[in-house]
Structures are given as structure tokens and as C-alpha cells.
Design a protein around this ligand. Structure first.
Ligand code: SF4
Length: 342
């Protein structure tokens, strides 16, 4: 705990994983019942490492991120169990004032929708400068100078001339760069990017992913990339955690997962990626809908949609079976999926 509290960024020598989420459980209490949005999620991120967290809407990937950041609405949300350790300290146990210090300086986040995350009535430079005024006590002129430097760093052309422009005067891609500038302003050790390219066209998506990778390389940040699109993370992630129905169903180094998925859901996601060499063929789609968190299917939550399912899949919840090294699959029949024997 001393390390986190000792300085403004909580930095110091620490040899363990920078961020460890362990058996995290988050539920929402609604009139219809209790929805287990996150059900035993475990993952870790080291300095300079990129973890991609992949899944459909409602899989629990964003709720996990919001819980890490301490920005989940509680109630209706509630952390029902588990730990989130930053530099070895369980931040779920820290008082709000200490968590606020970690937000921005230790762990920061880029949100999906830059237009609604930015305040429309203030110039972008003012909004970036605010980070330095509030957290570092910088003077107005100094904070503005740093804002221009950051806009340069995220490659906004003519940053000095555009510092007084408003959010609506920027394109979607440029607004996302401004969000990234705000997120890295305090030099965080972990950056969480929640669907940072969803609203952007493909060329701009690639530029933003390239920018995040460059920023990470420069500062050795740990990066958590949350996405529903396996196509955008292949070149930037080191490892992937695939989520379904609030659980991690497969975890693997990125190339292993792409080369040979070990869970039918991952396999389905990979087969759903459009391929130019299969022009004219019908695009594969995983049948059925994501589960209703208030009425989770029994046994393996994926069984109503799974082409590999057998009788026992509807009754026995699969644990995350270790495969090799850091690989794991929550499928009773992962060997058949890997072998392609069915
Ligand atoms: Fe499919 Fe059964 Fe594996 Fe679940 S446990 S993914 S239903 S084969």
C-alpha cells in the first residue's frame, strides 16, 4: 500500500504484475432479479504488455473495465467478490479519495464515444489543460502549453492553431485522439481503451491503433484493449481474453488464438471475420443471441449456440481448463475444437 500512496503516481519498484484482476464478480440488482455481469474474471497486465479483452455486448468486458476504474454506478452495480490489485494493492479496499489519485495517474481510460465524452461548450485545449490544473496544480499558461504538446504527441495537425477549437470542429478520428491525449496526460501506467475505434472508418481505425501502440512503446504502459472485433487486435495485442456471459471462456497468446482457437465461441468469432479471399461466399455468423444475464443458460452458457455441444454441456459448468503455458479454455471438449476433429 505504501507504494501506491507514496507519490502522486504511486510509482516505485514493483516486480509483480502491474494490474491483476482476480476472480472478480460484479452484479446488478434490478427489479427483475440479479444479473451477474462479471462472474469470476481473472487476468493480468504487465508494463508494456497489451491485453485484448474480446466479447459481444453484455459479455462483461466493459463492466470489468469500469470496475477497475472505479466508475461503475453503485447501485445498481455491486462488487460481489474478488480483487483488483494495482502494484500489488487491492484497490477495491481503498477509500475513494485514494482511488481518485490512482485514476488518471495510475490507470486511465479512453472511452468509446468521444463526442459525448468531451464537453461541447469548452475548447479541446482547455479540456486537456484541465487535467494538469486539477491534478498537478499547473498555472493556466503552463497547462495550455502542455495541452498543445499533448495534441502534438497524438498527432493532431496544427495543434497550436487548433487548441481553442471546440469538439464539433474536429472529425471523429481527431476527437478520439483528443480523448487519448486526455487519458495519457498524467502519464498513466495502465491505459484501458474501451472500443476506441468502433465509430471510426477502417483507415482511421488503423491510425488510432497505430497511435496507441506507439504511445505504449514510448512510455512502456500496460494497455487493455476492449473490443468486439477480433480483426482490429491481431497486430497490436500480446494476449487475448475472450469473454462470454460474464466469464472468460478462452485466454491465449494472440498468435496461438488466431492460429488454433480452443473454444467454439472463439472459433465462431474468427470465422465471422470477413475475408477478401472468400469473396462471394456467405459470411458466417454465430447462431442465436448472447445470453440474458437474468436468465443464464444452465451448464455452459454457450451451449444453446454451440455446434460442439453434448448432453452434459447443459448441466456441467466448464472451468477454465489449462491447455499449455498461459492458454486456457472453458470448454469440456476443447481438444476436439483444437484438433478440428468435429
Ligand atoms: Fe460447447 Fe459444450 Fe464446450 Fe460449452 S462446453 S463450448 S457447449 S462443447
Amino acid at each position: 500500500m505504501v507504494e501506491v500512496l507514496s507519490g502522486p503516481t504511486g510509482r516505485g519498484s514493483y516486480s509483480g504484475a502491474l494490474l491483476e484482476v482476480e476472480n472478480l464478480q460484479v452484479e446488478f440488482h434490478t427489479r427483475q432479479g440479479v444479473a451477474k455481469a462479471v462472474n469470476g474474471v481473472t487476468y493480468s497486465v504487465n508494463p508494456g504488455e497489451t491485453l485484448a479483452v474480446l466479447g459481444e455486448s453484455g459479455s462483461g468486458k466493459s463492466v470489468t473495465a469500469q470496475t477497475i476504474m472505479g466508475i461503475l454506478d453503485m447501485p445498481p452495480g455491486r462488487v460481489a467478490g474478488g480483487a483488483i490489485r494495482f502494484r500489488g494493492v487491492d484497490i477495491l479496499k481503498l477509500p475513494e479519495e485514494q482511488r481518485r489519485r490512482i485514476r488518471g495517474e495510475g490507470i486511465s481510460m479512453v472511452f468509446q464515444d468521444a463526442l459525448s465524452a468531451l464537453n461541447p461548450v469548452f475548447p479541446v485545449g482547455w479540456q486537456i489543460a484541465e487535467m494538469f490544473r486539477i491534478h498537478r496544480g499547473s498555472s493556466r499558461s503552463d497547462a495550455k502549453k502542455k495541452a498543445v504538446e499533448l495534441m502534438d504527441r497524438v498527432r493532431i495537425p496544427g495543434a497550436r492553431d487548433r487548441v481553442n477549437d471546440f469538439p464539433h470542429q474536429f472529425s471523429g478520428g481527431m476527437r478520439q485522439r483528443i480523448m487519448i491525449a486526455m487519458a495519457i496526460a498524467l502519464d498513466p501506467e495502465i491505459l484501458i481503451a474501451d472500443e476506441p475505434t468502433t465509430a471510426l472508418d477502417v483507415t482511421v481505425q488503423a491510425q488510432i491503433m497505430g497511435l496507441l501502440a506507439d504511445l505504449q512503446r514510448d512510455s512502456n504502459m500496460g494497455l487493455i484493449l476492449i473490443t468486439h472485433d477480433l480483426g482490429v487486435v491481431a497486430d497490436v495485442a500480446d494476449k487475448i481474453a475472450v469473454m462470454y456471459g460474464g466469464r472468460i471462456v478462452e485466454t491465449a497468446p494472440v498468435h496461438d488464438l488466431y492460429r488454433n482457437p480452443a473454444h467454439p465461441y472463439t472459433k465462431g468469432l474468427l470465422e465471422s471475420i470477413p475475408r477478401v479471399d472468400l469473396k462471394g461466399q456467405e459470411l458466417y455468423a454465430i447462431k442465436g443471441m448472447p445470453p440474458n444475464l437474468l436468465e443464464m443458460p444452465s451448464g455452459c452458457a454457450f451451449h444453446p449456440r454451440c455446434p460442439y455441444r453434448r448432453e452434459d454441456c447443459a448441466t456441467a459448468v466448464p472451468p477454465l481448463y489449462p491447455i499449455s503455458g498461459t492458454r486456457g479454455s472453458a470448454c469440456h471438449y476443447w481438444r476436439e475444437v483444437v484438433d478440428g476433429s468435429r
